[in-house]
Design a protein around this ligand. Structure first.
Ligand code: FES
Length: 571
């Protein structure tokens, strides 16, 4: 076969000379003779993305495998996003990272891609970019960290930050005790060890078929992470020879498998916007309703925080992600292949469970019929999400008066006011936090509860917003309301005191306000102009072009792909 990279390196003209001469730098003479696949290792390692900091070591193992199989590896640092570090929110930059990656994948003389990701937005951005270029590609998930302990108890990254900070606000622990747990929270290299967004997206990558089966969930410090990375290096050379591309692997059925996998592990609601965006890059017709339909009947098999008790290291010792998928194997579509060329379901035989308190028995799951539910109604015409596994069951059938906040700042300023008119039955509403309104759709949907209710022992309330929620968070939190308030959605019309009904059984989310009254309120509704309007740079491009959460919050002009062709040459 003729390699794509031969368009740069083959021949005896001046341009081929230029491309070859600058790349030699000690590589063997035959590395650029047009016969050897040139493989980019798209590397999100960064000292400022602490969850991915170890990926340079991982890249060395991938490189060894590529050389061994007859390819030529290149480290390609790409935009990286440290979830806990970047302001105003990492989600503002997911599409920018994906766009920059896509352009560099296309512009360079490469035949295949190994995608090194970990922290929340990195695997989604890498998959979006690889889908749009559609060169052979395989994911190396960077792996979760080991479990840290504080005062003899396991700490779940993220989840226990939320829990302990609420306990400190409630006065059941001191602020000093809360701060003392900080040293124990991050025990080792790797990403968050709960079934948060990073762990979920590793599972998603595996269920889509984009990792070596059995790779997702391998802890970052485990020696097997490096041996599987080495194997991945070998594999990508084979994939180039077979011309096995993302569009061959990520089909509509593989997306449905990923939805089922997310449900079975009790995964993050963030997977919805990421899966929709990746599918959009491939031209696959995937909608919110597919999440409800494919995931609703799936039991949560993995007893992991934030829905359950354990952490990713426990899942690994209990049998791993494939053992979870084997529990729901009959629900999975059998056809979709993986990066190896064989179907995912071929890897589910003989996957014993070694600890059924972590991977629970099929007849006694953590929760039956979980998945991610989609609610609609006059409050969310295009849909809103809730993760029943992380919610309080009684609050999923609930009517209560709204307490409305127009922005995060408004919420923070008033939530703990002693005279805030709020009870445990109230429904907290936060708007101005969607893709356009914030901008960037931050993870603030799990609003803190009012201090006076915390002190009275309340630990959950219905919360509704156009924001996202950290995958490590929990509670009766209704998210991704579409359209968002800043895009003219009716969330912008709610007023404090309006009665709001959450009806999970009927998938409904409504406010008891007549249509004519809603029409009258349009005059005074907060609009895009009411929120800070960026005037330059990425934020302006983002706000001008970002789509709503129900279609993945990608930029409208990035939907689909441009393939791997570059038609012009400047030398
Ligand atoms: Fe990086 Fe949680 S902050 S995975």
């Amino acid at each position: 076969m003729t390699l794509r990279s031969a368009e740069w390196y083959a021949g005896s003209d001046r341009n081929a000379y230029i491309h070859r001469a600058w790349m030699r730098r000690g590589n063997p003479e035959d590395s650029l003779d047009g016969s050897k696949p040139q493989i980019a290792i798209a590397n999100t390692a960064s000292d400022l993305t602490p969850c991915n900091k170890h990926l340079n070591e991982v890249a060395e193992s991938v490189k060894a495998g590529i050389w061994e199989a007859g390819g030529v590896p290149y480290n390609l640092p790409v935009v990286s996003l440290g979830e806990t570090q970047v302001k105003p929110t990492a989600m503002l930059w997911r599409n920018m990272a994906a766009m920059a990656m896509e352009e560099m994948f296309r512009a360079n003389p490469i035949d295949g891609l190994v995608l090194l990701g970990g922290c929340d937005k990195t695997i989604p951005a890498l998959l979006m970019a690889a889908a749009s270029v559609d060169l052979p590609a395989v994911v190396v998930p960077g792996g979760p960290m080991l479990t840290g302990h504080f005062r003899g108890e396991a700490l779940g990254c993220g989840t226990d930050v939320w829990r302990l900070s609420e306990e400190a606000r409630a006065g059941t622990i001191t602020n000093g005790q809360f701060l003392a747990s900080e040293q124990s929270m991050i025990r080792s290299k790797g990403h968050c060890n709960t079934m948060g967004t990073a762990s979920t997206m590793a599972v998603v990558a595996e269920a889509l078929g984009m990792t070596i089966p059995g790779f997702a969930g391998t802890p970052a410090p485990d020696a097997r992470l490096l041996s599987l990375s080495h194997e991945t290096g070998r594999l990508i050379v084979d994939m180039v020879a077979a011309d096995r591309k993302p569009s061959d692997i990520m089909t509509r059925d593989s997306f449905l498998n990923a939805i089922i996998a997310v449900a079975a592990v009790g995964g993050s609601t963030n997977s919805v916007v990421h899966l929709l965006a990746i599918a959009g890059r491939l031209g696959i017709d995937l909608s919110l309703d597919d999440f409800d339909a494919a995931g609703a009947g799936v039991p949560v098999m993995a007893n992991l925080q934030p829905s359950g008790t354990y952490l990713m290291d426990d899942l690994f010792r209990a049998g791993g992600v494939l053992a979870v998928l084997a529990q729901v194997g009959e629900l999975l579509h059998p056809e979709p292949i993986t990066v190896t060329g064989s179907p995912l379901v071929d890897y589910l035989a003989d996957r014993p469970v070694y600890d059924d308190t972590v991977i629970m028995p099929r007849d006694a799951p953590l929760m039956a019929n979980a998945g991610i539910a989609v609610l609609r109604g006059n409050l969310a015409p295009r849909g809103a999400l809730v993760k029943p596994a992380a919610a309080t069951a009684e609050l999923l059938q609930h009517t209560g008066p709204a307490v409305v906040f127009d922005s995060i700042e408004d919420m923070r300023a008033r939530i703990d006011e002693p005279d805030l008119e709020v009870t445990a039955d109230s429904v907290l509403v936060l708007r101005g936090c969607g893709p356009k309104g914030y901008p960037g759709m931050p993870e603030v949907g799990n609003m803190p509860l009012p201090r006076k209710l915390l002190e009275a022992g309340v630990r959950d309330m219905v919360r509704i917003s156009d924001a996202r929620m950290s995958g490590t968070a929990y509670g009766t939190v209704i998210l991704h309301v579409s359209p968002e308030a800043a895009a003219g959605g009716p969330l912008g019309l709610v007023r404090t005191g309006d009665l709001i009904t959450v009806d999970l059984a009927n998938r409904a989310l409504s406010m008891a306000v007549p249509d004519d009254e809603l029409a009258a309120r349009q005059e005074s509704a907060p609009t895009r102009a009411a929120y800070a309007a960026p005037t330059r740079g990425w934020a302006k491009l983002y706000v001008d072009h970002v789509m709503q959460a129900d279609t993945g919050a990608d930029l409208d002009f990035l939907v689909g792909g441009s393939g791997d062709r570059v038609s012009r040459e400047s030398h």
